[in-house]
Design a protein around this ligand. Structure first.
Ligand code: MSP
Length: 516
């Protein structure tokens, strides 16, 4: 069975998780759940990035230790991912002792190899980016293009990583593997950035930053940010320069590393260079997603417009996260920016999840109970051309996910649900019942229910709870792999009673959107 290893960026824990962070974790979870339905052999890593000047400063202000601060905030991320049913295998924290030990060994290996060297340096440091900036990272006022803040002048003796040594190999890799960076248009950006790269600082003096991993054999320096943070993708699996674990051998290289477009440079340039320096294979794909805006505006603490997943679920009194998962995962085409708005959220999930999909199942099961006491009779079981359409849909879904087109796959699924709704309207089982054409009526209901088994499997990555509820009522195994769907799931039997029918998703009618 082919393995599938997916990672997300690890979040800075200096604030609470918002729907932008949630978007990335949901997107990755949907991808992993899809591939689970193909191979079953998946590993999903997420995590928290816990070192750096921001954490050090904020914890000082709060008069608690940085570790206490990280513990408290990492818990918020963990709780949020659990609330959203993010089915990760591991949540790595960079303050984890094993991670720290291996990062020190990685650093030492690169020093021994001559790829890390000491050098005095004067530069402009942005604590938002946690890196030194060059002129093209600054606007006319000399502020960081991303954080709109003046970077700090820093003059120190630091360790540097020989990024320039790997420049040509990275350029060749990107050119020879057009799907290494997804979406493809971002590869051009990265190639442009590669034109002007310089070696990068990978440590800071302890006198300016102490909250980091100590450099072995040099107690004046801490390993800083990117070597620490990026290494999480391999330390979590048990990579060790002196001999790695089975888990590492089994899953590395990653199939996809999901990150936001703002940190693509680090993942498409710095990270491949570190891996090449360690003689490790490169990930198959780096998926750079776009940003989630709120009511079309950038979310930021200073603007006071940061929305959390918890608040959305609470505001709409949602007990399961499926609607928000569905909305966010399908909010943008691959690599493009998406938007969250209360009104649009409410309208989209009401129309697609409650009306089109949920109602279709509910109506069909209700008719089965009304006309046949919930029983599927042998003569109802017929072939239908829509089964071929469903097979095609499964193949198309696979093709979409091979290109990480999570939104695009959902659009096709919703179109298929519309087709099933049209099949019901065109065949009007209620009229057939009135005319006492019982076999024909039963056949229509059977075809719809059989198709809803496929729908439940395909919606599961987005809406795992709704899918489970659908499958339960269809007496269908929601863990059926995509290749095992045979269109013979609904057997001649008493399928359901009136009491067992439950709406899978109720329309959201909260006033939340209007109150805001
Ligand atoms: N700690 C670094 C990543 C290190 S990965 C080895 C970091 N942390 S972050 O907390 O600032 O961002 C974590 C992820 O969330 C990034 O991929 C970032 O792009 C993503 N997002 C943060 N805000 C976002 C939106 N508003 N919308 C979508 N994703 C955004 O960068």
């Amino acid at each position: 069975m082919e393995k599938f290893y997916a990672t997300t960026a690890i979040d800075y824990v200096n604030g609470a998780p918002h729907i932008g962070h949630a978007y990335e974790k949901i997107l990755t979870d949907v991808i992993v759940r899809h591939f689970y339905k193909r191979s079953g052999n998946v590993y999903f890593l997420t995590g928290c990035d816990e070192h750096g000047i921001k954490i050090q400063k904020t914890s000082q202000e709060l008069d608690i230790t940085p570790q206490e601060f990280c513990d408290k905030n990492a818990k918020q991320f963990e709780d949020c991912w659990n609330l959203l049913d993010i089915n990760y295998n591991q949540l790595i924290r960079t303050t984890n002792p094993n991670h720290k030990k291996i990062v020190q060994k990685i650093f030492k290996k690169l020093v021994d190899k001559g790829d890390i060297y000491k050098h005095s340096y004067e530069g402009l440091y942005c604590s938002g980016c946690e890196c030194f900036l060059s002129d093209k990272d600054l606007d006319e006022d000399g502020c960081c293009l991303i954080h709109k803040k003046k970077p700090e002048k820093v003059s120190e003796e630091n360790y540097f990583f020989k990024l320039t040594k790997y420049k040509d190999r990275i350029i060749n890799h990107i050119k020879n593997n057009p799907d290494f960076i997804i979406p493809e248009f971002r590869a051009k950006e990265v190639l442009n950035q590669l034109d002007n790269i310089e070696d990068i600082s990978v440590s800071r003096s302890k006198s300016s930053v102490s909250w980091g991993i100590d450099v072995l054999d040099d107690d004046s320096q801490v390993i800083y940010v990117w070597i620490d943070a990026l290494s999480n993708y391999i330390t979590a699996l048990g990579y060790d320069p002196n001999g790695s674990s089975e888990l590492f051998e089994k899953y590395w290289p990653a199939n996809v590393q999901v990150i936001g477009k703002d940190i693509l440079k680090f993942h498409a340039i710095y990270w491949p260079a570190i891996l090449l320096a360690l003689d490790l294979p490169l990930p198959k794909h780096i998926l750079a997603h776009g940003w989630i805006t709120l009511d079309e505006a950038k979310m930021s603490k200073s603007l006071g417009n940061v929305v959390s997943a918890q608040n959305v679920l609470k505001g709409f009194e949602l007990k399961i996260p499926d609607a928000l998962r569905y909305y966010l995962a399908t909010s943008a085409a691959v690599g493009k920016d998406g938007n969250y708005s209360d009104l649009d959220f409410k309208e989209k999930v009401n129309s697609q999840l409650a009306n089109s999909m949920g109602n279709l199942l509910n109506r069909t099961l209700s008719m089965l109970v009304k006309y046949f006491e919930g029983e599927i009779k042998q003569e109802f079981i017929v072939d239908n051309e829509l089964f071929n359409r469903a097979k095609k849909l499964i193949n198309n879904t696979k093709a979409h996910f091979d290109s990480f087109e999570v939104q695009e796959a959902s659009v096709e699924l919703m179109e298929f649900i519309d087709e099933i709704n049209k099949f019901v309207t065109d065949n009007a089982p209620w009229t057939l019942a009135k005319e006492e054409k019982w076999t024909q009526c039963g056949q229509v209901l059977y075809v719809v229910l059989e198709l809803m088994c496929t729908v439940s499997v395909l919606i599961e990555p987005y809406c795992p709870n709704i899918a489970k509820l659908m499958a339960q009522q269809l007496k269908f195994d929601i863990n059926t792999k995509l290749d095992d769907i045979m269109f013979n799931n609904i057997k001649a039997q008493k399928l359901i009673s009136k009491e067992e029918i439950k709406p899978v998703f109720l329309r959201i009618d909260s006033e939340f959107a209007d109150k805001k």
